[in-house]
Design a binder for this molecule. Structure first.
Ligand code: 13P
Length: 234
């Protein structure tokens, strides 16, 4: 079993989501599949595709115009929520401390947080990849993990770029994340790879040691790509 999770970002329509759900109903898979869609689409239902959100407030209620709480996401139909995606870190100045608070809120609401870590192009050039992902995991995972969590390794320079790190680089990053999680007594936490995954490279990527699945951006918006990704991830 692998995880195949899509991140629609601020894209997609309900019509595409319904087409995806219809086509997914006809496939045989042991994989755990989810789509993290815009908030307005969380109510769509599917036996194969669970729904996820892309952000959550650090607060549980109150005068925070525009924010959305974990309880609201759960009530709307979400099972998962992405926290600390590189675009939130980049455009909304989210730090590891904020991401940890969001992940804690998700757990309190019975949601599975998908906690993203990954290095920028500059950090990679400076040889800091492993340091960034280690501190990302240590500082973004809440102290008392009371439910399921997922880690996503997303090398920020490869997102939407049509390029991926080498298999060796992915293996090294995932090994270091697995070691960090083991040190934190979180052995067995799934670790997904994300950035430029498509129907052609997914089988090779999930074959890499310690890769428990994929977090897919652009290709998760196209049924002709995402359905084969679900089928090929094994
Ligand atoms: P792409 O698959 O479009 O590179 O995006 C990856 C991503 O950001 C998933 O969260």
């Amino acid at each position: 079993m692998k995880f195949v999770i899509g991140n629609w970002k601020m894209n997609g329509t309900r019509a595409i989501l319904r087409e995806m759900i219809e086509r997914a109903a006809n496939i045989q898979t042991e994989n755990r599949v989810a789509l993290c869609v815009p908030f307005t689409m969380l109510g769509e239902k599917s036996d194969i595709i669970a729904m996820g959100a892309q952000d959550i407030s650090t607060h549980d209620r109150g005068a925070y115009t525009g924010e959305i709480s974990g309880a609201m996401l759960a009530e709307a139909g979400a099972k998962y929520v992405i926290v600390g995606h590189s675009e939130r870190r980049m455009y909304h100045d989210e730090t590891n401390d904020i991401v940890r608070a969001k992940a804690a809120r998700a757990l309190e609401s019975g949601l599975t947080p998908i906690i993203c870590v990954g290095e920028t192009a500059d950090e990679r050039r400076a040889g800091k990849t492993l340091e960034i992902i280690t501190s990302g995991v240590r500082e973004s995972v809440p102290e008392n993990v009371s439910g399921d969590i997922i880690i996503a390794y997303e090398p920020r320079w490869a997102i939407g770029a049509g390029i991926t790190p080498t298999a060796d680089d992915i293996a090294t990053a995932h090994r270091v994340i697995a070691e960090t999680l083991s040190y934190m007594h979180l052995i067995g936490t799934p670790i997904l790879y994300g950035a430029s995954v498509n129907s052609k490279n997914v089988a090779d990527i999930v074959a890499i040691e310690n890769v428990d699945g994929v977090l897919v951006g652009g290709a998760s918006l196209k049924p002709d790509e995402f359905i084969p990704i679900i089928e090929n991830a094994k």
